[in-house]
Design a protein around this ligand. Structure first.
Ligand code: FES
Length: 277
């Protein structure tokens, strides 16, 4: 509302009050339960972040030496704080003090990849910033500077984080292969192996379904008929891309399950269910 006789200022005329927008006093005309989706997203993401935070800083029960199960939250383990058997990629750092994540080397890139992901952006803009909380619901903020200005301009780094995510997925694949280890050090398969393999397959599916990946494979091609292999690859990742949201959530769940299972076995709470050796 403006005082009688005064003109609205620019900030008052942005968003749903911008010139040319329908003049509707209500925040939304939606009558369905539009609050449910952002609330659910807020709750689930908060639980996951809290779990990941506790597990990454605890530096406990992240490695089962007998079967070479290494938690994805602590991989690659390249500090002197890790047991020598977990340091397949060498020792890059000295001892980490308590509360420093053992996967410090890749964590900033992993967080950067997820935080700048097109789907997660939608999810946390809606659920944490209410910007807007749902379609056709006015946001509470008066200004919106978009992603062309600081700080959100950094969202455009996503394509570079994608490249880092490919390297991290390769490391996770290596960990899954190493998990085919039996009690005697030879070949073996346990439930932990199966969980780690499923996790890594889904991580690859999530990474390949990335919008940047789709653009790298099929972008700037004027005629697909001249590049049949790229067309095939682009068709494949395009199909995965339609499931990007589902893969984003599924991989959060499989990461949690993989880490949780390894924590239970490593702490001696349960024994690994062995299938072979
Ligand atoms: S768009 Fe989600 S990971 Fe790239």
């Amino acid at each position: 509302m403006t005082r009688a006789g005064s003109m609205p200022t620019d900030s008052m005329r942005s968003g749903t009050a911008a010139p040319g927008r329908a003049s509707i006093a209500a925040r939304t005309l939606r009558t369905d339960n539009w609050r449910r989706a952002p609330l659910l997203t807020f709750t689930l993401l908060s639980i996951w972040v809290l779990y990941a935070l506790v597990r990454t800083v605890s530096q406990r029960a992240y490695f089962v030496e007998q079967y070479h199960y290494l938690s994805p939250f602590s991989s690659p383990c390249v500090s002197a704080s890790c047991p020598p058997e977990a340091r397949d990629f060498g020792t890059w750092f000295g001892h980490f003090p308590p509360f420093i994540p053992l996967a410090l080397l890749v964590l900033p890139f992993l967080l950067g990849f997820r935080l700048t992901c097109y789907y997660y952006r939608r999810a946390y803009y809606r659920s944490f910033w209410l910007s807007p909380p749902a379609c056709a619901v006015a946001e509470p903020h008066k200004k919106y500077s978009g992603e062309t200005k600081f700080p959100l301009i950094f969202q455009n780094l996503h394509r570079y984080f994608f490249a880092a995510a490919v390297v991290i997925s390769l490391i996770n694949s290596y960990d899954a292969i190493r998990a085919f280890q039996g009690a005697d050090g030879g070949f073996g398969i346990g439930l932990g192996t199966v969980i780690m393999v499923i996790n890594v397959i889904l991580l690859w599916a999530y990474t390949a379904s990335c919008h940047s990946c789709r653009h790298i494979i099929g972008g700037r091609v004027r005629s697909f008929s001249r590049y049949p292999l790229r067309y095939k690859a682009w068709t494949f990742v395009s199909k995965l891309n339609t499931k990007h949201m589902q893969l984003a959530w599924t991989t959060l769940a499989t990461l949690m399950i993989t880490d949780g299972y390894i924590a239970l076995v490593a702490s001696g709470t349960i024994s690994d269910l062995r299938i072979i050796n």
